[in-house]
Design a binder for this molecule. Structure first.
Ligand SMILES: [Zn+2]
Ligand SMILES: [Zn+2]
Length: 119
């Protein structure tokens, strides 16, 4: 049966990318896969799975959170574009939208000048 053969192919491709095929997707180009690392389930485009060009949103979130922690920021939520997220400085509590790459590279610092006592 052709469909079984195709399913086996999608299973194999998923395995190579680190995912387990668990079901159908929103259309013929998508399937639902489960991340082998964190068990998070999501729909992925078959071509992306094949090229291993996929990123588990849950694993990525965990990565962003730990990177933020290392840079002394808390990850608060989404940014205005996919490259950025909203972060909170742990020192001054200021909220800033920053590039995830900048956080990763340790390029961001607290921007609030030190508060001096007023006499
Ligand atoms: Zn994951
Ligand atoms: Zn700060």
């Amino acid at each position: 049966m052709i469909s079984k053969t195709i399913q086996a192919k999608h299973q194999r491709e998923g395995k190579n990318a680190g995912y387990t095929l668990i079901g159908a997707g929103k259309n013929k180009d998508y399937r639902t896969y489960r991340c082998n690392k964190c068990k998070y389930e999501s729909e992925y485009q078959l071509t992306h799975i094949r090229k291993k060009n996929v990123r588990c949103a849950n694993c990525y979130l965990g990565q962003l959170k730990s990177e933020a922690k290392e840079a002394s920021f808390n990850l608060l939520g989404a940014g205005t574009d996919p490259e950025r997220r909203l972060y909170e400085c742990v020192v001054c509590k200021a909220e800033r939208e920053l590039y995830t790459a900048s956080i990763r590279n340790g390029e961001v610092r607290c921007q609030t000048p030190q508060q001096y006592k007023r006499y």
